[in-house]
Design a protein around this ligand. Structure first.
Ligand SMILES: Cc1cc2nc3c(=O)[nH]c(=O)nc-3n(C[C@H](O)[C@H](O)[C@H](O)COP(=O)(O)OP(=O)(O)OC[C@H]3O[C@@H](n4cnc5c(N)ncnc54)[C@H](O)[C@@H]3O)c2cc1C
Length: 415
């Protein structure tokens, strides 16, 4: 298994009773529950609550071992995977390979934006953003010039999909509720939180009704939604945008973040080149209907790195495609016919807008407000790994949503 995200972990777990020896190699020693990363970035949850150690999750699974390493090469002919760690390289031979290396942030060819508008994909990203957000309030308190104060207190989130909406919503709640009485010179409630996107709607994939409700709710909690604006420049002190008619404007802001696009992990391009497989426009590997790499029935590409029938990069696709790959491996071991196509069961999608307010789209059902928020809470708790994590997460949620505190506000010099 390459990767310890949803794909790598669920493929490994699905093989717990199979007569196989599994090596899971990943460049981090933790499994990451990405859907709650924004809560680490905004001080609600601790890093460990969304990123438990992979080897601890798999401690009872005797047929699995976990290795730390960044995979740099897959030799499809020799059937080996080479990974590197600070103390050297390791080469692992395989009979079957599941590649679940995920996706990375895309700046649509403007990678230099990353320095001033970081994305949210890893624990490091979340801690970096947390430092930028809480740091902005601290530095605003030190300024005398009202224009500079406002520049520190203007937060811009690029990308009005689920991650962008959740980030903007939580920064607004932070500014308006949590930090209310924390400062003496600045008034955090005067913060400006701008959510912008080139698309014409917020949460477009949720349909018009939920999109409208989410936009209204964002406005109610103080988020300024700016649509139809394309980012053309990001620097230390602001962000430049143009509208459809080419009119440009600048938003002065010290704290920007990027939640606008993804691209397949570079390992995907390497595998595609070696096997002759295609990649889609965001660099995901085009696989056969059974999730195998063309010409290599022993290699599966699953999750965010897989391009199959336009399936989205969401946790359920990663989990189900990983379990499908595991099922195919078992069938092959048992001498049964393989090659069954992967069938995705869409369990719906949801996004929180503010505390006690979410939108959820499940089949034909569209729910918004408190009932959707309760659904969101139950689903996220159910998928969080580990009893202790669920308990402490619940306590932190009570602290932040019923109360108005944020337990995780530590900012270190490194972050
Ligand atoms: C901020 C955010 C919010 C999200 N919210 C939701 C949501 O609300 N609902 C939802 O369904 N989905 C959500 N998603 C998407 C969901 O998290 C992904 O679809 C899912 O994590 C994909 O699983 P994966 O295993 O394919 O990849 P990942 O979970 O990204 O895992 C990739 C793994 O591969 C490892 N890796 C990468 N490159 C290498 C290498 N070269 N060598 C070794 N290891 C490597 C990584 O360390 C990681 O362990 C969100 C994603 C983000 C970033």
């Amino acid at each position: 298994m390459i990767g310890s995200g949803f794909g790598g972990l669920f493929a490994t777990k699905a093989l717990r009773d199979a007569p196989v020896e599994i090596t899971l190699v990943a460049k981090t020693s933790h499994h990451l529950f990405q859907p709650l990363l924004y809560q680490v970035a905004t001080g609600i949850l601790a890093a460990g609550e969304v990123a438990p150690a992979t080897r601890d999750i798999l401690r009872a699974q005797r047929n699995a071992r976990v290795l730390l390493g960044e995979v740099t090469d897959v030799d499809l002919e020799a059937r080996t995977v080479t990974s590197v760690a600070p103390n050297g390289a390791t080469t692992i031979a395989y009979d079957s390979l599941v590649v679940a290396a995920g996706a990375t942030q895309s700046y649509f060819g403007n990678d230099h934006f990353a320095e001033h508008a970081p994305g949210l994909k890893t624990i490091e990203d979340a801690l970096d953003l947390r430092a930028r957000i809480f740091g902005a309030f601290e530095l605003a308190e030190l300024e005398d010039d009202p224009a500079l104060v406002q520049r520190w207190l203007t937060f811009v989130v690029v990308g009005a999909g689920a991650t962008g909406v959740e980030m903007a919503g939580q920064i607004a709640e932070l500014a308006h509720r949590t930090l209310k009485d924390n400062f003496r010179r600045i008034d955090p409630t005067r913060s400006r939180i701008v959510l912008l996107d080139a698309a014409p709607s917020v949460l477009g994939s949720f349909g018009e009704r939920l999109s409208t409700i989410a936009t209204r709710q964002l406005a109610a909690i103080g988020v300024e939604v700016r649509l139809g604006l394309k980012v053309v420049g990001v620097d230390d002190t602001g962000i430049d945008v143009v509208d459809h008619e080419g009119h440009g404007q600048r938003i002065e802001s010290m704290c920007k973040m990027w939640a606008a696009g993804v691209t397949g992990n570079p390992l995907g391009a390497q595998l595609a080149a070696a096997s002759g497989a295609g990649t889609d426009r965001v660099g995901r590997v085009e696989v056969n209907p059974d999730c195998t790499l063309p010409g290599h029935p022993e290699v599966f590409v699953v999750g965010d790195l897989m391009a199959l029938e336009g399936l989205p990069g969401v946790a359920q696709v990663a989990i189900q495609s990983a379990e499908h790959a595991a099922g195919q491996i078992v069938r092959r071991l048992q001498g049964e016919e393989t090659g069954q196509p992967f069938r995705y069961k869409d369990k719906g999608s949801m996004a929180t807008v503010a505390r006690f307010h979410a939108v959820a789209s499940v089949g034909r059902i569209r729910v918004a407000g408190f009932p959707a928020w309760v659904m969101w809470l139950a689903v996220h708790l159910a998928y969080l790994v580990g009893y202790k994590n669920r308990l402490t997460t619940l306590l932190h949620w009570a602290h932040s949503f019923i109360g108005r505190g944020r337990a995780e506000r530590v900012v270190t010099r490194r972050s």
